[in-house]
Design a protein around this ligand. Structure first.
Ligand code: SF4
Ligand code: SF4
Length: 187
């Protein structure tokens, strides 16, 4: 692959472009046909790859699809050309943040950040803490209080607690210093 090609598309490096393999896409649509979240997407996964190959980075950085994608990797495993579609979606999320583009699905970004904060703090997720942070920062808490649906969440929380699935106190892992270091380094 020529350097000029990925530079045109705003990608970081030739190495990254090689790993993602998006240039080998021949538009068979197996990725899109297997994706469980296309119903909520504004641009289908095969189209994202196509637009990337056409150099229309700006369009895909503003779409909701990259934030709807759950990184389940169904598309990546189905692709006959080893295109890492899920990797492309992750890359595009990072790129959108880097460029200061406000995601159409802001709650997804808040969830990602809350999840990472939990891992950074304890080396593992404390579900109650994650949910509190997410609900507060995403504005879901005030909305749920307004429409009364908070009662259902509380009921579900109690059920999970009684079944031992929602501990009230957080637990940490031994190597959390190393995890914190890794997260800081990647950021
Ligand atoms: S499955 Fe692979 S080759 Fe087929 S459209 Fe998707 S990315 Fe392209
Ligand atoms: S990784 Fe994203 S795009 Fe791929 S199948 Fe899963 S949700 Fe769809």
């Amino acid at each position: 692959m020529q350097e000029i090609v990925f530079e045109d598309r705003g990608l970081h490096s030739e190495e990254q472009a090689r790993t993602l393999n998006y240039q080998f896409c021949y538009q068979c649509r197996r990725c899109t046909n297997g994706c469980p979240l296309t119903f909520a997407m504004d641009i289908y996964p095969d189209r994202v790859i196509r637009l990337l190959n056409l150099g229309q980075l700006d369009r895909i950085l503003h779409c909701a699809t990259i934030w709807i994608c759950s990184s389940c990797k169904t598309c990546t495993t189905r692709c006959p050309n080893q295109v890492d579609i899920a990797g492309v979606m992750d890359y595009l999320k990072e790129k959108a943040i880097e460029e200061g583009i406000r995601p159409p699905e802001m709650a997804t970004l808040v969830f990602h950040e809350s999840f990472l904060k939990e891992i950074e703090k304890r080396g593992r997720v404390f579900e109650a803490g994650l949910m509190q942070r997410y609900m507060l920062l995403s504005g879901q808490l005030s909305q749920k209080i307004r429409d009364g649906s908070i009662k259902d969440d509380i009921k579900m929380g109690i059920k999970l607690f009684l079944k031992g699935r929602m501990p009230l106190l957080p637990e940490s892992i031994k190597g959390r210093k190393e995890i914190k270091h890794l997260i800081r380094k990647t950021q």
